[in-house]
Design a protein around this ligand. Structure first.
Ligand SMILES: CC(C)(COP(=O)(O)OP(=O)(O)OC[C@H]1O[C@@H](n2cnc3c(N)ncnc32)[C@H](O)[C@@H]1OP(=O)(O)O)[C@@H](O)C(=O)NCCC(=O)NCCS
Length: 182
């Protein structure tokens, strides 16, 4: 199962597979400098967004990965792009995502991570899920912590990204502690 099928709804959001109608919003998202600031990627063109959407639409449903379009529940307008992928052998998952700037600061990422943790532990039977961020990416670290992940590691200058040494924070949640926390 590598699709969130059927789509899930939370109080404010609809989490569903990507569709052709998401191209304009996805183009906005990948072109935004602030969204790319702490990612490995640079702001990308509309053509690159087209390629990205085509890859999403063609994804093998048996691949251990869920690409999730986060849309507003009322209008179905795309506001974010999230992913959960996993290693079936070790039952380890990793999640992350981006929101359009106009939709940040509303708790949407925390809401999405909550759903993804439920999928990871209750449906996929994963043992542990991590989030990895540039140590300067405080908004991302806070949203993962709000979703219940704990800081496990802070690697100092372990990567060379966009011309500089960067440090990485790893946060994690295990199935056992996630169940105990609820
Ligand atoms: C990472 C990212 C998705 C987090 O988005 P976010 O909107 O900051 O996080 P949340 O959706 O969890 O929202 C939490 C914020 O909304 C506020 N908020 C407002 N209404 C809220 C509500 N109803 N429920 C919860 N939080 C709410 C919180 O106070 C919090 O603000 P604070 O962090 O200033 O205290 C976003 O910063 C982003 O897209 N960044 C660019 C891409 C990126 O770096 N991705 C991470 C890669 S590792």
């Amino acid at each position: 199962m590598a699709r969130l099928d059927p789509a899930r709804e939370t109080g404010r959001l609809r989490l569903r597979p990507f569709a052709e109608r998401d191209l304009d919003r996805l183009s906005e998202l990948v072109a935004d400098p602030s969204v790319n600031r702490y990612l490995y990627s640079e702001p990308r063109t509309a053509e690159a967004a087209r390629t990205l959407l085509d890859e999403r639409l063609a994804r093998d449903p048996d691949a251990p990965r869920i690409d999730l379009c986060v849309a507003l529940r009322d209008s179905d307008e795309m506001v974010g792009d999230f992913v959960l992928w996993w290693d079936p052998t070790h039952r380890q998952g990793e999640m992350g995502g981006s929101l359009l700037p106009a939709h940040q600061g509303r708790g949407y990422a925390t809401e999405v991570y909550g759903v993804l943790l439920g999928v990871a532990f209750d449906e996929l039977d994963l043992h542990r899920v991590v989030g990895r961020c540039d140590a300067r990416n405080e908004a991302s670290i806070r949203s993962l912590e709000r979703a219940g992940l704990r800081r496990e590691a802070h690697f100092v200058e372990n990567e060379f990204v966009k011309g500089e040494w960067t440090s990485e924070v790893v946060l994690a949640q295990r199935a056992e502690t996630w169940r105990a926390d609820r």
